[in-house]
Design a protein around this ligand. Sequence first.
Ligand code: BES
Ligand code: MN
Ligand code: ZN
Length: 484
Amino acid sequence: MKITSSLVTPNQSQSDAIIVGAYSDEKFNSALQEADQLLNGQISKLHKSNDFKANASEVLTLFTNEGKRVVLIGLGKKDKCQLGTLQSATTKAIKALVSTPAKSVSNYMTALDFKNSDNETACKIIVIAASHAAYRYETTKNFKKDNKHSLDSMDIYSSQDISQAAAIAEGVRTTRELGNLPPNICNPEYLADKAKSISKQYDNCSLNVLDHKEMNKMKMGSLMAVARGSRNNPKMIVLNYKGAAKSQKPHILVGKGITFDTGGISLKPGANMDEMKYDMCGAATVIGTFVAVAEMQLPINLIVIVPAVENMPDGDAYRPGDVVTSYSGKTIEVLNTDAEGRMILCDALTYAQEFEPQVLIDLATLTGACVVALGHNASAVMSKKTQLPQDILAAGIDIHDRGWPLPLWDDYQKQIDTSFADMQNVGGFAGGSITAGCFLSRFCEDVNWAHIDIAGTAWNNKKEGATGRPVAMMAQYLINESNK
Ligand code: BES
Ligand code: MN
Ligand code: ZN
């Protein structure tokens, strides 16, 4: 969806539809009054008769005499209206339009007076939520003519520059599209091709892709162990963005790119195994964040690294009991081939440190235990540092794409000790997300590193599919960093 901002009033709007917001306990704002006039006082009547109370996410579509749609959206009590309220209200309002023939909309929710946030943030949240609600996966579907998606532009009532929000929305869209693609299309090579086309879109971007031969030569024994079971060769994708002087050390994001996770020899049960196409959502998130940063042309240096691998059972697949030597030289006893994410991430994280990052963050759909711990609302943020995770969590609050901390205390480390190697790749039932983080921490000892488990937030098994989370959190984090 193309998004612009202007101060065109409802009277002047040329759009096929307008959205106006209302609080349940406040009198009409200027846009609402104008819309009421366009509707010959219908809104006032509906409000008086209590047919429209403006409770949070209450939605009603009306028609003017000229055939313009007016979507009334409730935001509940002014005091209680939070960023989350705005987000869901925006979703409701846009969803009320996406299946209509309306092509363009003017959004006047920003004419409201916000009590719990500044106008700039509210506007950003509305832009990102609107783009999110207008997205529909279409790539592998045939739509009938009358069901063609038509809402393709939104003008938001604001004097602000909304280019940052639009850039984040574009990053989110990229991430969702990659996440939703089926695993027979979105394999390691596809991700590398996608990275290539993105790097070509911007002058100050470049790409390097390591293939399986190079990774074998470099002795990335942990990643290559996972890759062995698949006919699709692995790739290590390195996207480089230069927005600042060479002397400025890069921020590096590493994203788990398991394009399909069968579990390998430790085969997963059949039910819902299809959802493991989303096991590359870490990769999709860092690529989407890269797009957002390149769109914004932030004054930072950013490197995005994606180990892209498929985890399959095969006559040549790695087995439980195998001991492999990682790129770092540390040895790993494989006790479960389904704990493959950490096996590819450890080599990618070791490799990342060769670029001397000032900050190193990995994002991964790493553990089912994370869904148990935090559900679908918060990404799990783990780090042995104090400032870095705080900065990440703060950015998540800023943009309402939130995380929550889990500890990485040394007390948990003994769960991955073994007699047969430097460590084992699983830590047992207790604290499964934490012991996965502990495993990664052994490869990130001298670096400003954080790990984000997005198993609960990256997708949902409802129709929505990939959510594009936490691109907004990461993009906002990097915006905040660039303002330091
Ligand atoms: N990709 C999965 C994690 C996952 C599972 C995310 C379900 C979301 C929903 C990961 O590779 C995995 O299989 N992890 C195992 C680890 C275990 C073997 C220690 C898990 O969580 O069961
Ligand atoms: Mn797995
Ligand atoms: Zn996995």
